[in-house]
Design a protein around this ligand. Sequence first.
Ligand code: BGC
Length: 431
Amino acid sequence: MRKEWSTLALLFALMLVLTACSQSSAISEPSDPKQANQLEIFSWWTGAGEEAGLQALLKVFTEKHPDIAVVNAAAAGGAGTNFKTVLATRIQKNKPPDTFQVHGGAELNEQWVAAGKMEPLNDLFTQQGWMDKFPASLVQMVSKDGKIYSIPVNVHRSNVLWYNKKVFDQYGLKPPATFDDFFKAADTLKAKGITPLALGDKEPWAATHLFESVLAGTLGPIDYNKLWSGHVHFDDPRIKLAFDTYKKMLTYVNQDHANHNWQDSVQMVGKGEAAMTVMGDWAKGYLSNDLELKLNQDFGFAPAPNTKGIFIAVTDTFGLPKGAKHPLATKKFLEVIGSAEAQDAFNPIKGSIPARLDADVNKYDEYGKTTIEDFKKDFITPSLAHGSAAPQGFVAQCNQLIHTFVAQGDVPSALTALKQAATANHIGSKK
Ligand code: BGC
C-alpha cells in the first residue's frame, strides 16, 4: 500500500506544481485600513475538550502577528452540529468568515469547492515548501482537480476505544480486540452492575460515530473504502451484519444516552461509571486536560473492536473562502497553522496527531506517539460521521436513520433507509 501511495504522490505533486504555475492570484485586502488588520476564525472549538487547543494555536499566531486582531467566532456543538448550519447561511449570503474549520474529504471538496466557494492555495503550498511536508494521502483529501483548497492542522482518529483502567484491572479484563471479545467483556461488566459502554447521542452524530467503527469492523478497511467509491454495494450482507452487531452493542449502553453529549459519555468512563466508550481522540484532550486524568493509570486506549490496523481518519483543516474580507491576514493564519511549530503547540493538547510529517514526536505522550506510528502503517479510511467519506447530505440522512435505529432497532427499515440515502446522494454510482 505504501508503494502505491508513493507513485500516486509523485504524480499528484507534479499535477499540483503545474496547477500552481498556471494559477493567478486576484486577492487583495480591503481598502478601509480599519478593516485590514482583522481575522475572523470560525470553528466549533469552544468549551470543554475543544477550546484549549485552539487557544494554543491562536497564541502562536498572535505572537507572530500581534498587529492582526483575531475574532474567535466559535459556534458550540460537537462535530460542528450547530456550526454547519450557521456557516451554510453565511456562505449563502456571501458573508463568509475569513477562514473556517472544515474536514478534508467530501465535506470540503463536494460541498464548498464544488460550489465554487473556496480559493485555491497551491501558491501558499509551494511558497512554503509544503509539498513533501504533508502525507500525499492528506493532500489528496484537501484537493480537487489538482488544486489544493485547505491546510490540514491535524489528524484525529475516530475508531478509538477508551476504557477505564481501574475498572478493567479490577475485573481482570483486557481491551477487547474483536466483537466477540467485546461482548464477553460487556457481559462480565454488566453482571457486576457496571455500564459496559457509554454513549452520549443527544447530538445524533455520536451514534453515527459508533456505527462507523462497527461498519469498518464488519467490512474491513478495503471494502469500507469501496463502499464510498461504489465498488461494494449497499445490499452487501456485511452491512446488515453491522446493524445486527450495533443493535447488540446498544443493549450494553447507558439508558440515558439520549440526554448526554460526547463529553458526558467520556466523563462516565473517566469516573468509572461506565467501562468503555468509542470516541475520536479529542476524548483524550478532554480526559487529560479537562478531567485531569492520567493516561495508562486512569484510562487506556485501544482500536475499537475489530478495527486493529484500520485508522479512520478525521482531518481538521482551514481554507480561504471566496469573498473573505481579509484574505491576506487569512493567508498569514494558514501559513502559521501549516507550520510544525503551531501543529506541535496545538495537537498535544487537542489529542490529535500533527498533519505534518516532520513534527517533533517528543512533544506527544504515549497515545500520540502510538497514533503517529499507526497512521504510518495502518490502512487509512475516511470518516463517515465527520464528513470525509461522503457528502454532507448523505451524512445528515445517515445521522437521521441511525438516530431512528437507536430508538427502534429495526434492521430492515435502517437498511432500506440507508440504500435510499445512498441513491439520493449518488453514493457509489458516480465514480
Ligand atoms: C472534529 C474535532 C472535534 C470533534 C468534536 C470532530 O468533527 O474534527 O476537531 O474535536 O468533532 O467536536
